[in-house]
Design a protein around this ligand. Structure first.
Ligand SMILES: [Zn+2]
Length: 203
């Protein structure tokens, strides 16, 4: 929390200096070498909220619609993410099922909801309750979301399967791609420094 005592080191010359609150669109530079310390993106939190809401919509689509269909002997077999999890579980691969469920469904969902929990009240000038706890949850959970790894894994398997069966990309495959992009954009725009600053103004 930048309370005026928070120190930041310059990336260029390693000079330690106190963090200061910036106006929107402002830039903090090193007092010795002029190197960029940090910046406050204009309307950063509004963008974070928009990306988060968009990502939540794509999250629902990604988990509802089939990721891929395989045409084998004229039959179309479709697979959704949750369907795959329950199939793995039934086949006795419960550890793989749990990992897949945690890294591609639960962790991203908690991450998105936690960002929404902080951003939505701030948008309307209100304070979220126990923000420190939520930010701690966010820091823990963000290492576990592996949507990118999952999408990459699906794409590699599809290329390998292409010889064996006709592949029909499902709606969820495209929305997973979009989710990956929006998720990254939301995480980048979710700037804790700007959030604490906005909370000080709202309180
Ligand atoms: Zn410097």
């Amino acid at each position: 929390m930048p309370d005026g005592n928070q120190l930041i080191a310059c990336h260029e010359c390693d000079l330690l200096q106190h963090e200061v609150a910036l106006p929107e669109g402002g830039v903090a530079r090193c007092r010795r070498c002029g190197g960029l310390l940090y910046r406050s993106h204009p309307r950063g939190l509004e963008r974070a909220l928009a990306y988060t809401l968009g990502a939540l919509v794509l999250f629902v689509i990604s988990n509802t619609f089939p990721i891929v269909g395989l045409e084998v002997n004229g039959d179309l077999i479709q697979a959704t993410l949750l369907g795959t999890v329950s199939m793995l579980y039934r086949d006795g691969m419960w550890l793989v099922a749990a990992l897949l469920l945690f890294t591609t469904v639960l962790a991203p969902l908690v991450h998105l909801l936690a960002m929404l929990y902080v951003l939505l009240p701030l948008q309307f000038g209100a304070l979220p309750r126990s923000p420190e706890l939520v930010v701690r949850v966010l820091t823990e959970v963000k290492h576990w979301g592996m949507v990118e790894v999952f999408v990459l894994g699906v794409l590699v398997s599809l290329v390998k399967l292409a010889d064996l069966a006709k592949i029909v990309p499902g709606v969820a495959l495209w929305s997973f791609g979009g989710l990956m992009i929006l998720f990254t954009a939301a995480s980048i725009a979710f700037d804790p420094r700007q959030i604490w600053l906005k909370m000080e103004h709202a309180s």
